[in-house]
Design a protein around this ligand. Structure first.
Ligand SMILES: *Cc1c(COP(=O)(O)O)cnc(C)c1O
Length: 448
């Protein structure tokens, strides 16, 4: 594959942008990333004209793929051509707010912001303001954007900033615990229960290889937060309007969080975030309440039009059947290939999310017949159960270097674009086809 244009562009970028990119993960590909020229359905074409089946999809927002359906494109163009934004409210903000409130059971009121980071930052501030408490429990390895409260690693006894530039004294208000570990959560509440404002988690870890919750884990989180007067915040920036269809992951799991953060799909491919939840809590935001929240671009008309028309299109067409059906075929195909060629590896994901985690230990191939057929469900009767990644540490212990340094490039050479490392998940869009799935499974067969 020729890549001289991408190399030249990266050379220019390195002179004027730190690391040559505007978001760190894009440079995870070595020695340099390919630069995208344009999208085409479920594919992208790079600066040298190479075409790839695209399972990255902007890292999550593009439910419909790269070509917007006519009704979405028309509304986006109308909003842009009427003058991009005003600093005054517009009808389309109310339309999208009503749509989300109608479809997501826990959301009675919503505020739109401009990124998932802004959404989680504001949700954390709101939880602290509402409860008058300081501490936020997060899952180790969970990602909630580039913000001070959640860029914290270590454990409950020894939290530390995971980035330079964050004071240790900030990290002390964050309690990282392992996902799927009820004992660790109980211990955190025993020690700090009176000062825990909220537990903040993704319903499914989507930024750390895809880790599915154990049966009953979310119900447990709901109970322990209720017991201690803390809020439960679901970060549905990835899972929102992807897992569980228009009801989001919370409807799939049947658990009602107090607050939910959204991003990615809800903006239809344009910059977006949102915080939604119980009216009584949401009323804490200014100007209704005293938790300050504001944004010049919040509720941007072009974004609102793209988000609303995308979700309306999904409501009126077979979008979720299509993406979940192809996701299922991918996960089943990958499960068979892994059983033959790499029995240690764990296929993960649900709905339109998928990943193969290069776990190092696993059951003998002969015992694999009873395994989860289309992505790990943490099923205690599965022969893989003792080895399946249950939290971020388990994913980190997988063969992440082989994934990134060897496997990713072999897939790229075969025209398949996977996410840049072992940790980010991969997505199916409405524009993908069965042929894309077959081509991708063939490529995995070669590369695994
Ligand atoms: C992407 C993501 C964020 C951050 O959203 P940005 O729009 O990149 O700021 C927050 N939480 C989760 C779960 C995400 O996947």
């Amino acid at each position: 594959m020729n890549d001289e244009h991408s190399r030249a562009l990266y050379d220019r970028a390195l002179s004027v942008m730190p690391g040559g990119v505007n978001s760190a993960v894009r440079a995870a590909i070595e020695p340099y990333p390919f630069f995208v020229q344009k999208g085409d359905g479920g594919h992208v074409i790079d600066a040298d004209g190479n075409r790839y089946v695209d399972w990255v999809l902007g890292l999550g927002p593009l439910l419909l793929g790269h070509d917007l359906p006519e009704q979405v494109r028309a509304e986006v163009q109308r909003a842009a051509s009427e003058g991009p934004m005003y600093g005054a409210p517009t009808e389309i903000e109310v339309d999208l707010a009503e749509f989300v409130v109608r479809h997501v059971p826990s959301v009675e009121k919503i505020r739109f912001v401009n990124s998932g980071t802004e959404a989680t930052t504001s949700a954390v501030r709101l939880a602290r303001g509402h409860t008058g408490r300081n501490k936020i429990v997060v899952m180790q390895g969970g990602y909630h954007g580039a913000q001070e409260t959640t860029l914290v690693e270590g454990d409950a006894d020894d939290p530390k900033p995971s980035s330079a530039g964050i004071p240790q004294s900030f990290a002390e208000h964050t309690i990282p615990v392992p996902f799927n570990d009820e004992d660790a959560m109980r211990a955190a509440f025993e020690e700090h229960g009176d000062d825990i404002a909220a537990v903040l988690t993704e319903p499914i870890l989507g930024n750390y290889g895809i880790v599915y919750p154990e049966e009953g884990y979310h119900e447990f989180l709901r109970e322990i937060t209720d017991e201690h007067g803390s809020l439960l915040i679901f970060d549905e920036v990835i899972t929102g309007f992807r897992v569980g269809g228009l009801g989001c992951a919370q409807s799939k799991f049947g658990v009602t969080p107090d607050l939910t953060t959204f991003g990615k799909i809800v903006g239809g491919g344009f910059p977006v975030g949102a915080i939604g939840g119980k009216a009584e809590i949401m009323e804490g935001f200014t100007p209704a309440g005293d938790v300050f929240q504001a944004g010049t671009f919040s509720g941007h008309p072009v974004t609102m039009a793209a988000g609303l028309e995308t979700l309306k299109f999904a409501a009126e067409n077979d979008v979720y059947d299509h993406v979940n059906g192809l996701g299922d075929r991918l996960r089943r195909g990958l499960t068979d290939i892994a059983a033959d060629q790499a029995p240690n590896y764990t296929v993960t994901g649900t709905d339109s999310m998928f990943k193969v985690i290069f776990t190092r230990d696993g059951p003998a191939p002969s015992s694999l017949e009873e395994q989860c057929p289309a992505g790990c469900r943490q099923d205690p009767t599965c022969p893989r159960y003792d080895y399946s990644p249950k939290n971020a540490a388990d994913v980190k212990n997988a063969d992440t270097d082989r994934w990134r340094r060897i496997f990713w490039g072999e897939m790229k050479e075969q025209g398949v674009f996977l996410s840049q490392n072992q940790f980010e998940c991969q997505f199916v869009s409405y524009a993908h086809t069965e042929a894309d799935v077959e081509e991708t499974l063939e490529a995995y067969k070669e590369a695994l």
